[in-house]
Design a protein around this ligand. Structure first.
Ligand code: SAM
Ligand code: SF4
Ligand code: SF4
Length: 335
């Protein structure tokens, strides 16, 4: 078995999140507010972004140093035309058997079979409300909720493991917690509640807008009792519960009220090939330059190892003690 490389807190590098595009067809208020991400926003140009060949090589190199899971995200990863080819290469060229996608789900009905055939195992679909008006308020007024619900259905029909992610903002969609919980409980789909995070600098985050895991839990538990479940592996981000009268589960991702930095095993790569060792980083390591300078796979892996071994990130643990400016945006680095 491969000896894992660890950072200064002895956390192994297990999980790779790759953002294949910084563009998106939504403008969620907590991620890409439309007032900031308008027509003049300087999105990355095609030549600035990694190619399919470069992504395939990077994932191979990360797999060779211990990465076991790859999550493909964005921006909206279904807008990236090479997605099926990349999944298929990861499946064939590496031993990674856990390949997942985070998406707003809109293009799943037309793409999901191809993605499943390429080797995709799991999909997390973001949905913040069932009520059409609230949904539109959350996604920047772009699309009706039935498009996402159709995407969720199509992923279930394709036999993928499906989870739904909901970000809860106080006073905006908190009234949707119970309807969402009940809807997905009935369908046996795991719903995960994500506390609104202070990622980037544009989403107008304040602590007052965060609906805490404790409050969400109480809201659900009062009408649909829950019981806790054991974590299924080291570093599992969501705290999982099961309904007492059903096999359906819910999860809580409490980056604000209960940080999980001590077990963080994730590295992230942006679509222009920068390596980030924390979601709240200000600076990345420019791997695109390495890739394009002609270095060998061995040299590439030893440079990545060196970055990881120096890593000392624990932003969520320190959030209240530091005033960090210039964080990178969620749509650039992926969730
Ligand atoms: N477009 C895809 C989607 O929405 O699923 C993938 C990219 S999106 C950046 C990845 C995840 O980050 C989504 O589940 C989204 O809800 C979550 N997210 C974005 N901004 C967030 C924030 N400020 N706080 C908490 N979660 C956030
Ligand atoms: Fe797009 Fe996903 Fe961000 Fe919403 S959360 S704006 S769908 S990248
Ligand atoms: Fe990992 Fe950084 Fe998030 Fe902590 S704040 S869990 S180190 S990504």
């Amino acid at each position: 078995m491969m000896t894992p490389i660890t950072d200064t807190f002895q956390r192994p590098l297990r999980d790779l999140r790759i953002s294949v595009t910084d563009r998106c067809n939504f403008r969620c208020v907590y991620c890409m507010p439309k007032e900031v991400f308008g027509t003049n926003y300087p999105f990355l140009k095609k030549e600035e972004q990694l190619t399919l060949e470069e992504w395939s090589r990077l994932v191979r190199v990360f797999a060779s140093i211990g990465v076991q899971k790859v999550r493909i995200t964005g921006g909206e990863p279904l807008l990236w035309s090479d997605l099926p080819s990349l999944i298929s290469r990861i499946r064939h060229d590496t031993e990674i058997r856990d390949i997942s996608l985070t998406t707003n789900g809109v293009f799943l009905p037309k793409m999901v079979k191809q993605l499943k055939n390429a080797g995709l195992n799991r999909v997390n679909i973001s949905l913040d409300a069932l009520d059409p008006k609230t949904f539109l308020k959350m996604n920047g007024g772009i699309l009706n909720v039935h498009h996402v619900l159709d995407g969720i259905e199509s992923a279930k029909d394709a036999d993928l493991i499906v989870k739904v992610n909901m970000v809860v903002l106080k006073g905006v969609n908190e009234h949707e917690v119970l309807p969402m919980a009940s809807y997905f409980k009935d369908r046996g789909i795991t719903l995960r509640f994500i506390e609104f995070m202070d990622v980037g600098n544009t989403n107008d985050w304040t602590e007052g807008k965060v609906m805490s895991t404790t409050d969400i839990y109480k809201t659900i538990h009062q009408s649909m009792p829950l019981k806790p479940l054991e974590a299924s592996y080291f570093g599992e981000v969501a705290k999982r519960y099961q309904y007492v009268d059903s096999t359906a589960e819910v999860g809580f991702i409490s980056s604000i009220t209960n940080p999980f930095c001590t077990s963080c095993t994730r590295a992230r790569i942006s679509s222009d090939g920068q390596l980030y060792t924390c979601l709240f980083a200000s600076k990345g390591v420019k791997m695109k330059e390495w890739l394009r300078s002609g270095i060998s796979d061995e040299e590439l892996s030893s440079r990545v190892k060196a970055v990881w071994e120096k890593r000392a990130d624990q932003y969520s643990n320190e959030r209240n003690r530091i005033d960090k400016k210039a964080k990178i945006e969620m749509s650039y680095i992926g969730g």
